[in-house]
Unconditional design. Structure first.
Length: 320
């Protein structure tokens, strides 16, 4: 607007002394005042990462985080990828994303070329005993990927016939060399079958994703029961880290109402950090700007993930 006003003034240069020239100048001044408000968000935003927060590789020892929800379409894969990318890009850690969903959303976003020509990946870890480090591939986003494809659905048909089927992923992750990755992020499918069962048996902690919608919030008791069952039967050391409220619009009444419902159900397990709604999160990773409110929020989430990992006792590898 300021630029346009300036052109208008110069365009009337034939009669600079006439009164009509002053009116555009007044508008230009008003427009300039409004333009100055644009950088305020950048000034008030919290710093993403302080220099002392950069981590030294090898300090976490391959911690595992499962990102899950029994309800699909709540931002679970976006959360898994954005937390992984923040841990790698902002905090300097070596991170592996393991795509456990046959819909291959994480693979599609991190390495879309692998969708048309899938390499060995998560399926081969489960069904052929492939080593995770042998099938993991580097991506252009600073994290490594154990890719998925539609063929991963074969795991749900074949694995139930095997002994100790719940421990296949745990055993595979236990065999990874200790100096390979600092964090493994498990992107779980929205189901209760073999793949999420293996993820919750193998992981150190589970972070659930919920959005401000009735169906998403209604799935919370289901997840509570599932995590409690796994902690009791299969993974006594499993940490339930609670619920991350995502895609939260700032002024919608439904978001406030659903937040209060969540607080009544899960109390302090609802994270105080929220991921604000940002339409860029719906597109490809290339369309998701490196600077944006949701990206900033996920850096804060990653910082909290690191704090919680630091508080965990040292893992004792299982031998089954």
């Amino acid at each position: 607007m300021v630029k346009g006003a300036t052109k208008s003034v110069s365009g009337d240069g034939k009669a600079p002394a006439k009164a009509p020239v002053k009116a555009p100048r007044a508008k230009a001044k008003s427009g300039a005042t409004r333009a100055k408000k644009k950088p305020v968000a950048a000034v008030t935003a919290l710093p993403l990462v302080e220099p002392h927060e950069r981590r030294v590789a090898g300090t976490l020892g391959g911690r595992r985080l499962a990102v899950c929800s029994p309800k699909g379409g709540v931002g679970k894969t976006t959360t898994a990828l954005r937390v992984a990318m923040a841990l790698a890009g902002h905090f300097g850690l070596r991170v592996l994303v393991m795509d456990l969903d046959p819909s291959a959303g994480a693979t599609r976003l991190l390495a879309p070329k692998l969708i048309t020509d899938p390499p060995a990946g998560t399926r081969e870890v489960f069904l052929s005993g492939a080593a995770v480090e042998d099938v993991a591939v580097a991506t252009g986003w600073g994290v490594d990927l154990c890719a998925a494809s539609n063929a991963l659905s074969e795991v749900e048909a074949i694995l139930p016939g095997r002994r100790e089927r719940e421990y296949v992923l745990r055993d595979a992750l236990d065999k990874i060399p200790a100096d390979r990755w600092d964090v493994v992020v498990l992107d779980c499918p929205p189901s209760h079958e073999q793949l999420p069962t293996n993820a919750l048996t193998a992981t150190d902690a589970v972070l659930a994703v919920v959005q401000p919608s009735l169906l998403s919030v209604a799935a919370v008791p289901e997840l509570e029961a599932m995590v409690s069952s796994f902690k009791r039967r299969l993974n006594p050391l499993l940490e339930h880290w609670g619920y991350l409220y995502c895609a939260v619009p700032e002024r919608e009444r439904i978001a406030r109402e659903m937040r209060e419902v969540l607080r009544r159900h899960v109390s302090d397990r609802l994270w105080p950090i929220e991921v604000r709604a940002d339409t860029r999160m719906r597109g490809s990773l290339k369309r998701q700007a490196e600077e944006g409110r949701a990206v900033d929020d996920y850096v804060r989430v990653a910082r909290e993930v690191l704090r919680r990992f630091d508080a965990l006792p040292k893992r004792v590898l299982s031998a089954n």
